[in-house]
Design a protein around this ligand. Structure first.
Ligand code: ADP
Ligand code: MG
Length: 193
């Protein structure tokens, strides 16, 4: 069983989407094992996004590719410089107001949660995903205003990242271990025999 971190970002809280976002994960068959509301500080945001030492470059490359795919010129050709700008903007965005971090557990939880959230840029995220359904946000809008992409939620990118992120946001005692009787329908080999 995998665990993954989801954080409802300040725009998700301000848009009154906490319940709607939680509902989607709850109905997916994943199990909620930790949840709280808190104010993040810049130090936490920096630590969170530098768990993967290559994230800065990756995020820069991803933005540049997205511009090129649309036939547009990226605001900066250097992925590292671009990534550093994004990190600075994320510090302002994520610390703007309260956030709701939570931990979801289940088979393939990381992939399942990424699927429910949709891709990074809401404008190109599929309908039916959290990011695709609730905001017309795009790279161009965000970069034009020199701010972070407001995409409502964070979701861990891999199981290893998830483990480190969960450690950063939660104390061990805040993570529950319990049985959901519903889970026998999802997982038990013997359930339908
Ligand atoms: P994801 O959250 O989908 O895993 P990344 O890890 O690549 O995406 O980026 C982290 C967050 O940084 C995004 O969710 C988004 O809020 C913000 N972001 C990413 N790229 C940009 C960009 N080019 N400009 C502004 N903000 C960005
Ligand atoms: Mg990421």
């Amino acid at each position: 069983m995998e665990k993954t971190l989801v954080v409802i970002k300040p725009d998700g809280v301000q848009r009154n989407l906490i319940g709607e976002i939680i509902r989607r994960f709850e109905q997916s068959g994943l199990k909620l094992v930790a949840l709280k509301m808190m104010q993040a500080d810049e130090n936490l945001v920096e630590k969170h996004y530098t768990i993967d030492p290559e994230w800065v470059e990756k995020v820069g490359k991803k933005s540049i590719e997205s511009y090129k795919k649309k036939g547009l010129t990226p605001p900066n050709d250097d992925p590292i410089a671009l990534g550093k700008d994004v990190l600075g903007r994320l510090k302002k965005y994520i610390t703007f107001g309260p956030v709701v971090p939570m931990v979801w557990q289940g088979s393939q939880a990381v992939e399942m949660v990424r699927k429910i959230c949709g891709s990074t840029e809401p404008l190109s995220a599929l309908l039916g995903t959290i990011r695709g359904d609730y905001t017309p946000e795009s790279y161009q809008l965000a970069d034009g205003d020199e701010r972070a992409i407001r995409n409502l939620v964070h979701a861990s990118g891999s199981a290893e990242e998830a483990e480190k992120e969960i450690e950063l946001w939660f104390e061990k005692k805040e993570i529950m271990e319990y049985r959901l009787f519903r889970d026998s329908i999802i997982y038990d080999k013997e359930w339908d025999v």
